[in-house]
Design a protein around this ligand. Structure first.
Ligand code: HH2
Length: 277
């Protein structure tokens, strides 16, 4: 069952979401124009291969600190405005847990919300998605990034994530979000061990059976380093592409990746090989 199109994208083939993180360690308040210009340049390059650009101003890595909403807005809004003024029409997703940030990003030209807490962090998030009639990605996570790795215990991770996603779909519908505006994500690496991540990736057909687009964000994550023998995140491209191909074959519809060019190339080969003679 192919999910309904979103943002003008059909899901008859896997779509690539390019990650554009604007999370410098030290960022002067009010935003840094040079940082914004660099991000817009990266967006231009990425837009050639990516179907969606995912822009985030707060790191959600394990142990990461909170960023105040005002600072997050100052990071993402100039970049989104800059992308739109540069005439780049690729759909933009804003990766944030905060409704105020999502709202400012939508006003600046973003098209969808990517919330790693599925609306649990900020009670205004689901009503915002409903009111603005924009798609929202609901990801499974159990705690905030600072403490999530203390929670890597599940009796049955596949069932726990499935139940949680069903609950979050219900909460979104309750808030008035249209069902065909919901994207689901099992939350690879969020409070999960390497074994949990493998189990979730193998179980993707079960999540896809919910009939909504499935997003998978495994790119450069720690389990790829652990299993692939790549301690440094920057060395995990090959393993990330391998996981993206596996996820696509198991029914993922959107692959959130750093390496858009390499992932899009690999997906094209996979599609050509899968064609009947
Ligand atoms: N992973 C990260 C951030 N946002 N969103 C979704 N929907 N799914 C994910 O798996 C996901 C996400 C963390 O990855 P990364 O971009 O490498 O780090 P950062 O926390 O700096 O954004």
């Amino acid at each position: 069952m192919t999910p309904a199109p979103l943002l003008g994208l059909t899901f008859d083939r896997p779509r690539v979401m390019g990650i554009l993180n604007i999370t410098p360690d030290s960022f002067s308040d009010g935003g840094d124009l040079r940082e914004a210009a660099k991000a817009i340049d990266r967006a231009r390059t990425m837009a050639a291969e990516a179907d969606i650009l995912d822009i985030g101003g707060e790191s959600t890595r394990p142990g990461a600190d909170d960023v105040p909403a005002g600072e997050e807005i100052a990071r993402v809004v100039p970049v989104i405005e800059g992308i739109r003024s540069a005439g780049i029409a690729t759909p933009i997703s804003v990766d944030t847990r905060k409704a105020a940030v999502a709202e400012a990003a939508l006003d600046a030209g973003a098209d969808m919300i990517n919330d790693v807490t599925a609306g649990r962090y900020d009670a205004d998030m689901l009503p915002l998605a409903a009111g603005r009639r924009v798609p929202i990605c609901l990801m499974h996570s159990v705690a905030d990034p600072k403490t999530m790795n203390d929670h890597a215990r599940y009796e049955d991770v596949v069932a726990a994530v499935h139940d949680h996603l069903e609950q979050r779909i219900a909460a979104a519908l309750e808030a008035g979000v249209a069902r065909d505006h919901v994207i689901l994500d099992p939350g690879i690496g969020f409070g999960k061990t390497a074994q949990h991540n493998l189990s979730l990736l193998r179980a993707l057909p079960r999540y896809a059976a919910l009939g909504l687009p499935i997003l998978v964000g495994a790119s450069r994550k720690r389990f790829i380093g652990e299993i692939g023998g790549a301690p440094e995140a920057k060395d995990r491209m090959a393993g990330s592409v391998a996981v993206a191909l596996f996820a696509a074959a198991k029914g993922a519809h959107i692959l959130r990746v750093h390496d858009t060019y390499e992932t899009a190339q690999a997906l094209r080969l996979q599609a050509a090989l899968d064609e009947d003679e």
